[in-house]
Design a protein around this ligand. Structure first.
Ligand code: SAH
Length: 217
């Protein structure tokens, strides 16, 4: 068994111990080669359970958080899911293994170009990409049964709640400062939106506005 293979098995076991019980989610993390998504300088840590830096001062999330958020979305092979914050593309690739179709938005063109190359290498043809501001969601493709935001917002973006279908789940880190964020699941029910705090987390901020607008701030 290769060194990487042993680390991978150790990681999957620790995810299971940590409460990831959905075998579809565990299977997806096992099958998506995380070494393809990390910066070459951190290749030796690809199968460690930790977040790692990527280009543009962003991060690829910790595998446990990727697994936890994916599980919290309650996906099936019929679900259409929207992701805000493509980053390395790792979370999108995991979603693509579990859901029917993935729509993912990133504000940094350079990050998206690299992520798209990885999707092509993995032959993940069910991922659709857009460069732009995730605060607005993807209205042309709404409603979504699942929406995941992989950057922290001070409050839940109204457009994303609007694009959530009946019974749909939105999982998003909410918090202003980098050390006080709560992962929250919003669910659209017949009686309105139900909010459920899940976990303390630490994410990079969801930047408001498009790239040009925020560069002048
Ligand atoms: N899901 C990623 C982790 C992303 S880190 C992965 O698996 O690697 C958060 C990402 O959100 C960053 O790439 C950042 O550029 C992006 N982001 C931040 N604000 C955004 C916005 N308003 N619209 C779209 N993307 C945004």
């Amino acid at each position: 068994m290769s060194h990487d293979e042993a680390r991978k098995i150790r990681l999957i076991m620790s995810l299971r111990r940590g409460g990831i019980t959905d075998s579809k989610v565990l299977g997806a993390l096992e099958r998506v080669p995380r070494e393809l998504f990390v910066d070459p300088a951190f290749l030796d840590q690809a199968w460690e359970d930790r977040a790692l830096p990527i280009a543009q001062g962003q991060t690829i999330s910790q595998p446990f958080i990727v697994a936890f958020m994916t599980q919290a979305l309650e996906l099936t092979d019929r679900t259409k899911v929207l992701e805000i914050g493509t980053g390395s593309g790792y979370q999108a690739a995991v979603l693509a293994k579990v859901a029917r179709r993935v729509y993912t938005i990133e504000r940094h063109k350079e990050l998206m170009t690299t992520a798209e190359e990885r999707f092509a290498r993995m032959k993940l043809h069910n991922i659709h990409t857009r460069i732009g501001d995730g605060w607005r969601g993807w209205p042309e493709q709404a409603p979504f049964q699942a929406i995941i935001v992989t950057a922290a917002a001070p409050h839940v973006p109204e457009a994303l709640l609007e694009q959530l279908g009946e019974g749909g789940r939105l999982v998003i880190p909410i918090g202003r400062s980098s050390d006080l964020q709560k992962l929250v699941r919003y669910r659209r029910t017949k009686d309105g939106i139900v909010e459920e705090p899940l976990l303390d987390v630490r994410f990079v901020p969801l930047v408001p506005g498009d790239v040009k607008a925020s560069a002048t701030r």
